[in-house]
Design a protein. Structure first.
Length: 707
């Protein structure tokens, strides 16, 4: 729970269906939602409470105290006490002087008001017995407003104050027409449809900010004296599609299907706007064959296989941006005022040769029911993605650091298993067991090209690197080698003899190899200078070996018990939160520490943690990015548990009720992981962060009554 956070929502919905004739149906649906979310102290600035409590040393108090140790009243918070912002006449505290998120939320504001309206009109007409024409129009209108206030009394806006208003209006509509036909000829059933769909989306964005507040407790822009940033833009996006499908089955035993679609997106340049995709599939219910009729333990067995190609056009505007790029083939510039004349600064590079990303997936598997109690489904897939959409890094001398490309080929493959078992069943007791799991891997098959059209040797992507034969989630960073005999941090290093015969360090192994370096000329060593450590593939991946869940459903007369577990086995995540708490080179009081820091190296205690000092330059880099903080992603969590009791039917009849039950449930009840508090399942890569919610344990008790 975050102090002063709040969420309220009102939903209204109405659906109407009429039939003017037997063959003509009209359906109309309208829905409205109004929500208000208050979330001060949860943004990306220094007042983020999640980040603050992780990083501030516990020696600092939350509230201010006088010389006698008593709490001090704060006239700006009626009936409240003054928070300790770490600033006095003698100076400020060593960490985040002037900041206290617990106090800021009392005076700051961050409110989101969202009005969402959706509607759809469906016309359906049947004719010539086997034909149906359906026309659907749907729209979604989202009007959202964000207002923020950073108070002028305390915190990072002290003595000035800041307010901002952000308005977003997003309107999208979709028009869909489908002509379908279906008919059965004895043992043969055939159905097909052809369709057209058009979608358009328009987004209007406006931001205004002011500072130097007068009242300091309202979010009205007129309360600010000094104009801050003002920005606005309009984005428009459209896609048009033509598609169709045909299906055939014989005796409800053999199935064939095929589909094709052609999509055109305004995100791409006119010459590359359209893409064609399709699929084929087949299934065979083999348990209906005569040669299996005597096998009584097989109740159902279906074999299936398919191959399909899908397109992808989605890419955000810039690294870290959540704004979709609707103009992938255009360059973007920021416009500013320079002596009352327009000034343009480069923001994002476009690519007029960009085209649809294509993913072809082959899938084979089976569905089964065995022994009248066990359902077992298994699927194996191979997905090959061509023309991968991503932001490729280039030399900064070009004036930009990256630009969007559709290059390379990536293969994903995996095995998915689902099991449902009726373990026990009697008149008063039943026990069901559920489980599922998946094994996933990927590999780069073709690399993006360099400016000369030659496939690149490798491509850096944060803590990972793309390279042919490697996963895109293989870690690429320095390798931690423990501590020296003097307690200094050590990393793996490579040296070679330069032209003068002196030792030179290789800081990027793949770059060294790609520029003609000789691996045999390298000598492996260690270094306590982080800037000389070698970045390389470390032999660890962020992809888990196996992930899934399992659960139990138990019924004992009127009592029902249900549980859901989630698990992950293998894989590695970068625990950045832990790294931030293991800063051996920090001055006492400037950073919070994990309890593990107590095991630091000393002259009479040789451990695998660096010496605790701020006077040695090498130690200041001890918690820099390296394999030291790669942590096993394996985990087990109890996601949900619920127990309920159905009141006896005799009592229901006496009370005039159809049914009634009481229940207690809990979510996120426990987590077992490699490190306490490390929740690898909260991000795709398994990494940790200080400014986001972790799964919170919640308990709910309630009753359900039906009249």
């Amino acid at each position: 729970y975050y102090i002063s956070s709040e969420f309220n929502r009102l939903n209204l919905r109405n659906n109407v269906t009429v039939r003017p004739t037997k063959d003509f149906k009209v359906s109309l649906g309208l829905a409205y939602s109004r929500s208000l979310a208050k979330s001060p102290g949860q943004g990306s600035n220094s007042n983020n409470g999640f980040q603050f409590v992780n990083q501030i040393p516990a020696i600092y108090p939350v509230f201010e105290h006088d010389e006698n140790g008593n709490l001090v009243n704060d006239p700006k918070i009626p009936g409240g006490k003054s928070y300790d912002y770490g600033q006095t006449a003698d100076g400020s505290r060593a960490y985040a002087g002037g900041i206290n998120p617990a106090g800021a939320v009392r005076l700051d504001r961050d409110e989101d008001l969202t009005n969402l309206t959706t509607g759809n009109l469906n016309l359906e007409y049947r004719f010539l017995k086997d034909f149906k024409l359906a026309v659907t129009y749907g729209f979604q209108s989202t009007a959202s407003k964000n207002e923020t206030l950073a108070n002028p009394y305390y915190g990072d806006a002290a003595k000035i104050g800041r307010i901002s208003n952000t308005n977003e209006n997003d309107f999208s509509w979709t028009l869909n027409e489908i002509l379908s036909w279906g008919k059965t000829f004895g043992d043969h059933t055939v159905d097909a449809f052809i369709a057209h769909e058009a979608t358009k989306n328009e987004l209007d964005f406006h931001y205004s900010g002011k500072k130097k507040l007068i009242l300091g407790n309202v979010t009205t822009l007129d309360d600010g004296l000094i104009r801050g940033d003002i920005s606005g833009y309009r984005l428009t996006y459209a896609i048009e599609s033509y598609f169709g499908q045909a299906r055939y089955d014989y005796q409800n035993k053999y199935y064939l299907s095929t589909s094709v679609r052609r999509d055109g997106s305004s995100r791409f340049a006119p010459d590359y706007r359209w893409g064609t995709f399709g699929s084929v599939g087949a299934a065979w219910i083999i348990s209906k064959e005569k040669f299996l009729s005597s096998v009584k333990w097989i109740n159902n067995l279906k074999l299936k296989a398919s191959y399909g190609v899908l397109g992808n056009q989605s890419l955000n505007l810039a690294y870290g941006s959540t704004t979709p790029n609707y103009y992938l083939y255009h360059d973007f510039y920021e416009v500013d005022n320079f002596n009352n004349s327009p000034s343009f600064s480069f923001y994002a590079k476009g690519n007029s040769a960009l085209q649809w990303e294509r993913s072809g997936t082959f899938n084979v598997g089976f569905e089964s029911r065995l022994f009248n109690a066990l359902e077992l489904n298994v699927d194996y897939f191979v997905k090959t993605t061509d023309n991968m959409l991503f932001k490729k890094q280039v030399a900064p001398s070009l004036g930009y650091a990256y630009y969007p490309v559709s290059e390379g080929r990536l293969r994903n493959n995996g095995l998915e298993v689902e099991l449902n078992w009726e373990a026990y069943k009697s008149k008063d007791i039943s026990v069901n067991v559920r489980a599922n799991g998946g094994y996933y891997k990927n590999k780069m098959l073709i690399m993006p090209v360099d400016p000369f059209g030659v496939p690149k040797h490798y491509e850096l992507q944060g803590n990972y690197a793309y390279k042919k034969g490697h996963s895109v989630l293989d870690y690429y960073m320095p390798i931690w080698k423990g501590v020296s005999n003097e307690g200094l941090p050590m990393w793996k290093a490579y040296t070679y003899k330069d032209a003068s015969g002196n030792d030179a360090y290789v800081t990027d192994y793949e770059k060294y190899i790609s520029t003609g370096g000789d691996a045999k000329a390298l000598t492996e060593t260690t270094t306590s200078d982080y800037n000389k450590a070698v970045n390389e593939f470390v032999g660890k991946s962020a992809i888990p070996d196996f992930v899934g869940g399992f659960g139990f459903d138990v019924q004992i007369k009127n009592v029902s018990i249900s549980t859901n577990f989630s698990y992950g086995l293998g894989g590695w995540g970068y625990d950045g939160v832990y790294a931030g708490l293991m800063s051996s080179g920090s001055v006492i009081g400037t950073r919070n520490w994990h309890k593990d820091i107590r095991n630091y190296w000393s002259a009479d205690k040789h451990t695998d943690l660096p010496i605790l000092t701020h006077n040695v330059e090498a130690v200041k880099f001890a918690n820099s990015t390296s394999t030291r903080f790669l942590t096993s992603r394996s985990f087990l969590t109890l996601s949900n548990a619920r127990i309920s009791y159905d009141l006896p039917k005799s009592l229901m009849k006496h009370l005039g009720l159809n049914s009634a039950s009481v229940y207690v449930s809990g979510d996120n009840l426990f987590l077992i992981s490699a490190r306490k508090g490390y929740a690898a399942m909260t991000s795709l890569s398994g990494g940790s962060g200080t400014n986001r919610y972790l799964p919170v344990s919640t308990f709910v008790a309630g009753a359900r009554i039906s009249f």
